[in-house]
Design a binder for this molecule. Structure first.
Ligand code: NAD
Ligand code: WQD
Length: 351
């Protein structure tokens, strides 16, 4: 189903994991898309595969621009030649551990990049933004499920960039109420497009659970370290709210439609999660079932800074965006495995 008027969306970080999946859905929904990405954590092959997935006709509505948000000129170049109706802002660095060792890189990339983006948007009077926030802004929540009006805390420099950027968005809207900004707090994005052509392809040894399990399944890593087996949960391992990346992609379409339709949206945060918690050991079992592969595990001490259990309240997104996650853990593992099995070395063409 296409939108009646062709709206033009700038997608920063559109070559990345969540970006590529969202761009596929945007094109299918009839939007025109321009990506800006510096390919710091992605490869152009991912964009080529997006083109392949949507086919030659929709591909004509996709433009890729190599550029870095830290260079205002790179953003200006795009806005000076076309009008954007809204921006979906994914571009950012996201590795928690790296941010602890190199906070300046995170503040420079995530904060300076975003401020440059806001400045240029304001200059060209484009004042609608969907921003990639994160459940990390809840820190170690005292209560679950996490509700959007909980107190926010950051546990590390990466989390601080998300918290600051949320505050910056609220201040911008406070000063200039015509801005419409949706802050999407993703829980734990996993899975891949059902085609198995696009998916997550982290550089180096993965930090996150699912890419790690995936690399054990294809034989790139020998075993999974399970961080923590003495949590006060049913099986002792930590609980998270894993969400299929295609559900997340659809959440962005719902957020965009809300931005266009609701002049009173202001600056509003929404959780994007399933509302269900799954433990590390349950995730391992689900992946083994989906893949038919044994995932050897090693029980290890807790990882510092990790919370016991985090999952979303999905009420606000359901009520106000009309969005609800469709997929469960079995589908997440099925699609993650399909991507892994077809692309054991990610986007690299040669093994
Ligand atoms: P990703 O690394 O796959 O994608 C981010 C993209 O942004 C990459 O293609 C990278 O090259 C690009 N980029 C980074 N800095 C840039 C810059 N200065 N200029 C231009 N391009 C730049 O990450 P992702 O998983 O797709 O995450 C997208 C967004 O969602 C990020 O902001 C991330 O913090 C946020 N988020 C991700 C998760 C997760 O677990 N994946 C969870 C919550 C929030
Ligand atoms: C999940 C669970 C680990 C790896 C992170 C960021 C958060 C957000 C999402 C961006 C935890 C355990 C992990 C491994 C393990 N990203 N684990 N062995 O920590 O919930 O959230 O990604 O915004 O900001 O912090 O996700 O996938 O790293 O961990 O046992 O090799 O899996 O200890 O309990 P997390 P994760």
């Amino acid at each position: 189903m296409g939108s009646s008027v062709e709206q033009n969306i700038l997608v920063t970080g559109g070559a990345g994991f969540i970006g590529t999946h969202t761009v596929v859905q945007l094109l299918k929904e009839g939007f025109k898309v321009s990506i800006i990405d510096n390919l710091d954590n992605s490869v152009i092959e991912a964009v080529d595969r997006v083109r392949e997935l949507v086919g030659p006709d929709l591909s004509k509505k996709l433009e890729f621009n190599l550029g870095d948000l830290r260079n205002k000129g790179d953003i200006e170049k795009l806005f000076s030649k076309q009008r954007f109706d809204a921006v979906i802002h994914f571009a950012g660095l996201k590795a928690v551990g790296e941010s602890v060792g190199n906070p300046r890189r995170y503040f420079d990339n995530n904060l300076v990049g975003t401020i440059n983006l806001y400045e240029t948007m304001a200059k060209y009077n484009c004042k609608m933004m969907v921003f990639s926030s994160s459940a990390t802004v809840y820190g170690q929540p005292e209560k679950i499920p996490c509700m959007e009006d909980f107190e926010l805390k950051a546990m590390n420099p990466y989390g601080r960039t998300k918290l600051f950027l949320e505050e910056i968005a609220r201040d911008i809207h406070g000063a200039e109420p015509e801005w419409r900004i949706v802050l999407l707090r993703y829980f734990n994005p996993v899975g891949a497009h059902e085609s198995g052509r696009i998916g997550e392809d982290p550089k180096g040894i993965p930090n996150n659970l699912m890419p790690y399990i995936q690399q054990v399944a294809v034989g790139r890593l020998p075993e999974l370290n399970v961080y923590g087996h003495d949590y006060p949960t049913e099986d002792g391992s930590a609980v998270r709210d894993y969400i299929h990346v295609m559900d997340l992609a659809d959440g962005h379409i719902a957020a965009l439609r809300k931005l266009f339709a609701d002049p009173k949206i202001g600056c509003t945060a929404y959780n994007l999660g399933t509302g269900r918690g799954t433990s590390v050991l349950e995730m391992v079992a689900a992946f083994e079932k989906a893949s038919g592969k044994k995932i050897p595990i090693k029980l290890c001490p807790r990882r510092s800074g990790d919370a016991t259990a985090v999952y979303a309240s999905t009420e606000r997104a359901e009520k106000e965006l009309g969005w609800k996650a469709k997929y469960g853990v079995d589908e997440m593992c099925r699609d993650q495995w399909n991507w892994a099995n077809n692309n054991p070395w990610g986007y690299q063409r040669k093994l």
